[in-house]
Design a protein around this ligand. Structure first.
Ligand code: FES
Length: 167
């Protein structure tokens, strides 16, 4: 049903205000942004960056499923898209597909940056106190960290081989 214009304007104003306050309605329930991806990261940084998977990966870590890179990505204005932290890019899936996951490098234990696996079968590891995260989806494998790595949406262009990350 079409809402009267005034109601639409009110709804838009309300939604914008919720974004500004760090709140958004997810599934009809007002909740904190931390539980509501992708808005969680969009509101925190508002950044997006494009990574060249060829020239940005001279050692070829992204050519193997299960290995990856940690890179500091900047938006068009030169600001890090993940605040003080980098982004983990992992090759996932099968070799016949160019599929990547993109994660925040921030470990929630004491804010250290994690390290991407260089060999297949290794986890993503936090070098500070050895928390471990899955190379498949960034989920927490072993603490002392309490939560999984934050996941960012991404989009891969098979022609240019550019990976765009939305943080
Ligand atoms: S900061 Fe990552 S395990 Fe302590």
């Amino acid at each position: 049903m079409e809402l009267p214009v005034i109601n639409q304007q009110r709804r838009e104003f309300f939604t914008q205000t919720l974004y500004g306050l760090g709140l958004i309605a997810c599934g009809g329930i007002l909740t904190s942004l931390a539980a509501c991806e992708p808005f969680t990261t969009k509101v925190n940084t508002g950044g997006q960056a494009t990574f060249d998977t060829v020239t940005g990966d001279p050692d070829g870590f992204l050519k193997t499923v299960g290995t990856g890179l940690v890179v500091l990505l900047k938006d068009k204005d030169g600001n890090s898209i993940n605040g003080a932290h980098s982004v983990v890019i992992m090759r996932v899936g099968t070799l016949d597909k160019d599929e990547y996951i993109t994660l925040s490098s921030r470990c929630d234990h004491e804010d250290c940056d994690v390290v991407a696996p260089v060999d297949v079968g290794e986890n993503i590891i936090c070098p500070c106190h050895n928390s471990q995260f899955s190379p498949v989806d960034g989920s927490l494998v072993n603490g002392p960290a309490k939560t999984s790595l934050v996941k960012f949406a991404n989009s891969y262009d098979p022609v240019t081989k550019f990976l765009t990350i939305f943080a």
